[in-house]
Design a protein around this ligand. Structure first.
Ligand code: HEC
Length: 213
């Protein structure tokens, strides 16, 4: 019996507490008493809110000229033929050629490039096999739409291509950070170098595929 009374009074306290918590403030659109309002209302400006501190009233400021975000990698070659040639001339792969980096490049290649370029770089990936997409030139026997044999492409040209894309191939810069792009470049160069020299008669089809874009 004693226990029941206790239970009852406990229940009463709970109901009263809930009523107190839920019933404060008549206007439900108002928050009522706020304990530590800074926790709810940020004192900083919202990104696109007007800002009375500046003449142009813009809150979303652009970075100060000459600065760059932490971990940002500078790539000062524009998405033009000149940028491509310059990158191809100036840049070397900053990563050491070793099995670990090649394995990483292979893994990324298989996830981002193989569906078009094929497992061995022949331009015969699964997407090409559907017949809905023109084949890229073979890494081994093809000719670049920008001139020269694919197998002679320098690391800088390949890095530039992954960064900006080329004709039908889109940019992969938003999916792969510079380190990943260099490791894929290493793997692609390795595929090119490992293959036997081109036999012209064997690759006429692969050559014409994308070169006419
Ligand atoms: C959607 C299919 C597709 C994907 C995915 C793709 N490529 Fe390509 N790639 C192409 C086509 C098509 C071309 C030929 C474009 C042209 O020159 O007209 C090409 C061209 C190239 C070239 C030659 C560029 C030159 O200098 O002529 C390289 C190198 C290359 N791709 C590397 C890659 C790498 C590395 C990846 C993965 C990060 C990749 N591609 C992903 C379709 C693709």
């Amino acid at each position: 019996m004693k226990m029941n009374v206790n239970r009852f009074s406990q229940g009463l306290v709970l109901v009263a507490a809930m009523a107190f918590i839920t019933s404060c403030g008549k206007d439900s659109s108002k928050p009522g008493l706020e304990f530590m309002p800074d926790m709810y209302r940020s004192p900083s400006y919202e990104t696109y809110a007007p800002n009375t501190m500046f003449d142009d009233s813009v809150s979303a400021l652009v970075p100060v000229k000459g600065t760059m975000p932490r971990d940002y990698t500078f790539f000062n070659y524009p998405s033009t033929n000149e940028g491509y040639e310059a990158a191809g001339r100036d840049l070397a792969n900053p990563f050491e050629k070793n099995q670990l980096n090649l394995d990483r490049g292979k893994y990324l290649y298989e996830n981002f490039c193989m569906q078009c370029h094929g497992a061995t770089g022949g331009g015969d990936g699964s997407l090409i096999a559907t017949g809905k997409f023109p084949p890229p030139p073979s890494y081994i026997t093809g000719v670049s739409s920008r001139g020269g044999n694919m197998r002679d492409l320098t690391p800088g040209k390949i890095f530039h291509t992954i960064t900006y894309g080329i004709n039908l191939m889109g940019s992969h810069a938003s999916q792969l950070d510079p380190e990943e792009r260099w490791k894929i470049t290493m793997y692609v160069r390795d595929m090119m170098a490992a293959a036997e020299p081109a036999v012209a008669a064997d690759n006429s089809e692969a050559n014409t595929g994308a070169a006419n874009n």
